[in-house]
Design a protein around this ligand. Structure first.
Ligand SMILES: C[S@@+](CC[C@H](N)C(=O)[O-])C[C@H]1O[C@@H](n2cnc3c(N)ncnc32)[C@H](O)[C@@H]1O
Ligand code: SF4
Length: 406
């Protein structure tokens, strides 16, 4: 396995306390960086991802650095705990651009010991050739989009890689990075419980300490969404999907990787720090087209949203140094809803004290109408420290949330 990240623990601008002076407590910050390009568009994909014949890599690198510099002003007193290169397909980024962005983060803020630096990668052999370059740039966690180990399913999902490339990329990633994860998509049409059990069993033999297992969703406006509107069946029926979800939970618990979030499984201590920042409603910056952020201001949250189309985003950055389309304070009620929506996805649930501080009211007072019913029904638990959804509650989270905030 590879050695740890190459980043210095403190960047040049980090403030070091003088002797006898207590270091200021800094808020944790997660930095998300979006690369919006892919080699082809997968038919199920609803992400801000685009296919372009040519990409001016120098311009994109300068623009992302400029965006980072500008947005750093929104979160000056923080300590960076995570950097996440997401997409699109960030494994198409030049490793030099990745290195420059990581270095700039470390120059702008102090970084936490054990800073997590994740990059999402597609397992095509051409991209696997860049893994060593990404590790040298400071990436210490690779998240691979495997999606399926079954050749027919890879074809159905419109993937450009085959089963062999997937297995080889996992092995190479585990040899190159200290931490790895991969994604699979299940609840595909016609997928039986027995077939998923076999695929999952194989995934567990290949996996490191983290797996993301998503149920296929068919979004409007995607190629699958359009075909579904014309009457095609493109996902498993509800009962089969529920059976596949339950099997997933059982197998992953037995393998020592319980779900710490609805679709994410890890050995204890191997949870993705970056995604935890979203689900715990901590501060994060969104760099790049369509990326959004949340930062704390005057005890509340401010939401940022960037231009979504890559060309509009690039033009805005080059003209004015900023492509933030909207920057709006999140009203208190909405912040409470966001905190719940994110936090109840986690097995650990939401911190009662943080929720009450945001709301200015007790949890019992906030949710007087539905809370007793949801606790008695076995969907929520509440103690002095946390409000959490049970496994049954997490499986029906939309209904639980709707009842709580009605
Ligand atoms: C940003 S995406 C893709 C990362 C990378 N470009 C790839 O395709 O491998 C992150 C993950 O979301 C999941 N995903 C995307 N669309 C999905 C959908 N419609 N249903 C379920 N999972 C989806 C996939 O597992 C994917 O790897
Ligand atoms: S799933 Fe990944 S590779 Fe496919 S279009 Fe979406 S972001 Fe691009």
């Amino acid at each position: 396995m590879a050695s740890d990240t190459k980043i210095a623990v403190d960047g040049p601008r980090a403030s070091r306390p003088h002797a006898g002076q207590r270091p200021a407590v800094r808020e944790p910050l997660a930095v998300y960086i979006h690369w919006p390009f892919c080699r082809s568009k997968c038919p199920y994909c609803d992400f801000n991802s685009h296919v372009r014949e040519q990409i001016d890599e120098g311009r994109w690198s300068r623009a992302l650095l400029a965006d980072l510099e500008r947005q750093a002003e929104l979160a000056p007193d923080h300590e960076v705990v995570s950097i996440f290169f997401g997409g699109g397909t960030p494994s198409l980024m030049p490793p030099d651009t990745v290195a420059a962005l990581i270095e700039r983060v470390a120059a702008l803020w102090p970084v936490a010991p054990g800073l997590e630096v994740t990059l999402e990668a597609n397992p095509n052999s051409a991209e696997a050739k860049r893994f060593a370059g990404f590790a040298a740039a400071g990436v210490n966690r690779l998240s691979l989009g495997i999606q399926a180990l079954d050749p027919a399913a890879l074809h159905f999902l419109g993937r450009r890689h085959d089963r062999r490339e997937a297995i080889d990329a996992i092995a190479l990633a585990r040899d190159t990075f200290p931490r790895t994860s991969f994604d699979l998509i299940y609840a595909r049409p016609g997928q039986s419980v027995a077939a998923w059990e076999e695929e999952l069993g194989e995934a567990l033999t290949l996996a490191g300490s983290h797996l993301s297992l998503y149920q296929l969703t068919i979004g409007p406006g995607t190629a699958f969404g359009n075909r579904a509107e014309r009457g095609e069946t493109l996902a498993a029926d509800e009962d089969t999907a529920a059976a596949l979800f339950e099997l997933t939970q059982e197998r992953l618990i037995a393998a020592g990787m319980p779900a710490y979030e609805i679709s994410n499984h890890a050995r204890p201590g191997a949870e993705c720090r970056h995604n935890l920042a979203y689900w715990r409603y901590e501060d994060y910056l969104g760099i790049g087209p369509g990326a959004h952020g949340r930062v704390t201001r005057d005890g509340g949250k401010v939401a940022t949203l960037q231009w979504r189309a890559p060309e509009a985003w690039l033009a805005a950055i080059e003209e004015s140094g900023s492509a933030v389309e909207e920057m709006t304070p999140v009203p208190r009620d909405s912040a409470v809803e966001e905190m719940l929506m994110m936090g109840l996805r986690l097995a650990e649930g939401v911190s009662r004290s943080r929720l009450e501080a945001f709301a200015g009211r007790t949890v019992e007072d906030l949710f007087a109408a539905a809370l007793p019913r949801l606790v008695e029904g076995g969907f929520l638990t509440l103690d002095d420290y946390r409000l959490a959804a049970t496994a049954a509650g997490r499986q029906r989270l939309n209904a639980v949330l709707a009842a709580l905030v009605a």
